[in-house]
Design a protein around this ligand. Structure first.
Ligand SMILES: NC(=O)c1ccc[n+]([C@@H]2O[C@H](COP(=O)([O-])OP(=O)(O)OC[C@H]3O[C@@H](n4cnc5c(N)ncnc54)[C@H](O)[C@@H]3O)[C@@H](O)[C@H]2O)c1
Length: 258
């Protein structure tokens, strides 16, 4: 029988309780990986664990906050105890933050969004690379089209996603000697709760209006499906992308081509 692309690999996906993270965890399991999944203590990882097991793979749910170093140390300790190794890290957890012009954007909120989206990626790469350095590995950081261009009202989100692309490049250079590849993925609006909240915030009386406006900004005329982002992550996590490191792959229905 043909070997699956991620057979015998151990992966960690953050923010895996729903949305893109859930789709990534499912896809990595379909491709043969055992998957540790991390999310906030308030989130239920049950559906994600079920989906991984339904593919015949082992699952390890971990409660934690990606902004906290001790939670990363604890997660890595659990993964090594349970699986003995870590081969793939997907830094997916993220928040959009409020929509507000810079002049009114609250200082503490800026710091919080930066912590969840950017500090988390720094911490994840730092702690995971220590485990991966003897065997090599693949790290995939979920950035955004907001890491490549600016949008009014989301200064912290945009700064954090640009930071992820910068950190991806630094890590690719530093980790190359350890055979750890590091790449980023830049999705356009994708059909998850994050984008539904955006629709309800921008046009509370008629969310469909924002949906139509966003569709119009995407040449393929629709949101991405979480499975489409997961397919790109699976590619970057696998040996199919063995000569790729330091890149930021755009998965955007043509959005930034225009
Ligand atoms: N949905 C989109 O349109 C879109 C577009 C581009 C990029 N992205 C990025 O994709 C990633 C996933 O987004 P999504 O749309 O699935 O969002 P989502 O809100 O549906 O899911 C995010 C997940 O991250 C978890 N999370 C949040 N803060 C956390 C923390 N401090 N510690 C641990 N887990 C935490 C949440 O609990 C949730 O399960 C994010 O990094 C987001 O910026 C999303």
């Amino acid at each position: 029988m043909k070997q699956k692309p991620l057979q015998d690999k151990i992966a960690l996906v953050t923010g895996a309780a729903r949305g893109i993270g859930l789709a990534i965890a499912k896809r990595l399991a379909e491709d043969g990986a055992d998957v540790a999944v991390l999310d906030l203590p308030s989130m239920n990882l049950g559906a994600c664990v079920q989906a991984i097991k339904a593919n015949g793979q082992r699952a390890l749910p971990i409660s934690g906050d990606v902004t906290v170093s001790a939670d990363w140390e604890n997660a890595l300790r659990q993964i090594i105890e349970h699986f003995g190794q870590l081969d793939i890290l997907v830094n997916n957890a993220g928040i959009a933050g409020p929509i507000s012009p810079i002049m009114n954007y609250p200082d503490e909120t800026f710091d919080h969004v930066m912590a969840v989206n950017a500090r988390s990626v720094f911490l994840g790469m730092k702690y995971a690379a220590k485990q991966m350095q003897t065997r090599g590995g693949a790290i995939v950081n979920i950035a955004s089209v907001s890491g490549l261009s600016g949008s009014r009202g989301i200064v912290a989100y945009t700064a954090s996603k640009h930071a992820i692309i910068g950190m991806t490049k630094v890590a690719a250079l530093e980790f190359a000697a350890h055979k750890i590849r590091v790449n980023a993925v830049c999705p356009a609006p994708t059909d998850t709760q994050m984008v539904q909240i955006l629709e309800n915030t921008l046009s509370p009386d008629n969310p469909e209006l924002t949906r139509r406006r966003l569709f119009a900004s995407i040449p393929l005329g629709r949101y991405g499906d979480p499975a489409e982002i997961a397919a790109t992550v699976a590619f970057l996590a696998s040996a199919e992308s063995s000569f790729m490191t330091g890149s930021a792959l755009v998965v955007d229905g043509g959005m930034i081509a225009s």
